[in-house]
Design a protein around this ligand. Sequence first.
Ligand code: NAD
Ligand code: MG
Length: 301
Amino acid sequence: MSDSKTDRVTMQDPRFQYPRPPFPRQPQSAPGLDAEMDPKPDHGESSYVGHNRLAGRKALVTGADSGIGSAAALAFAREGADVAMSFLPEEARDAHKIAALIEAEGRKAILLPGDITDPAFCKTLVQDAATALGGLDILVNNAGKQTNQDSIDDVSEEQFDRTLKTNLYAMFWICKAATPLLKPGSSIINTASVVAYKAPEILLDYSTTKAGIITFTKVLAKQLIEKGIRVNAVAPGPFWTALQPSGGQPQDAVEKFGSSVPLGRPGQPVEIAPIYVFLASQEASYVTGETYGATGGTGLA
Ligand code: NAD
Ligand code: MG
C-alpha cells in the first residue's frame, strides 16, 4: 500500500482508493505492530505532501509510532514541524521507521518510549519533549487501548483500569504538565472515536473513555481559550491500524473491517492526517471545543 499507492491528488472514487474487505485474519498481541499488518496501512510514507503549514512548530504526539498517530506525526514533519514521539518500548521497530521518515524531511524526531499509564512518566514525557524541541506548541493525545469483550463479566478490573489510565488519565496528566508550557496559538488535539456516539456492545470500557475524551475536550477548550490555546477532538470511524487485529476487534470482525460503513472499507491513517494538520495550524484559528469526524459515512450524530 504505502509504496504503490501514492496519488492523493487526482480526483477519484474514494470507495476504491484503498483496500476493501475481506482482509486476512492476523492476530497479534497488544499493542501490535504496523510492520506485521497485511495489507500494509498507508501512513503517508509516499503519499502525504506538505505545504509548510506548520513551519517551525514543535509537536508532541502520543502513539506516534503507528496508525493514526504516526500519520499525524509524519504529516506534521512534512508541514515543517519537529516532532517528539511517545510510544511503548516494544513498538521501537515501528517508531524507528517513522522517525527516519521525519528526519528525511530535515525535521527533528525525538524518541520518547515509555508507559503513559504511569503519571510520573507522563510528566517526564512532556518535560523531555519540551527540552529536546526547545518548547512545545502542538500536543496530540492519541495513544489508546482497545480490548473487545462480549460482556461486562469478561472485563477484568485490570482491563478496565488500564483502558481508563491509557485513554483518559494519561490525557489528563499530559495536558496538566503541558498547559503551562503552551503559548497563545498553541493547539491540543485529542483522538476520540465514533464509538463515543455509537458504542458497540463489545467495547464497554473503551467507548466510555472515548465519550469522556469528547467532554474533556469541550471543557478544557473553554478553560484554555483564556490563554489563547485551542483544544479539539478528532473522532475516527474504522481505520486500518494495529489496534484492531491486536485485540481491538475479534478476528472475524478484522476480516470484514470497514464493510459496515457507507464507503465500504476502512480508512487509511493518511486519510485522517489532514484533519490533525488543520487543527494544529493557524488556519483553524476559529475552531476550538469541536469534534471532527472521519467515519467513512456513518456520521457522528
Ligand atoms: P495504534 O495501535 O497504531 O496506536 C495506538 C498507540 O497507542 C500505540 O501505537 C501505542 O504507542 C500507544 N499506547 C497504547 N498504550 C500505551 C501506553 N500504556 N503507553 C504509551 N503508549 C501507549 O492504533 P490507532 O488506531 O492508530 O490508534 C490511535 C488512536 O485512534 C487511539 O486513541 C484509538 O482509540 C483511536 N481510534 C482508532 C480507530 C481505529 O479504527 N483504528 C477508531 C477510532 C479511534
Ligand atoms: Mg503502535
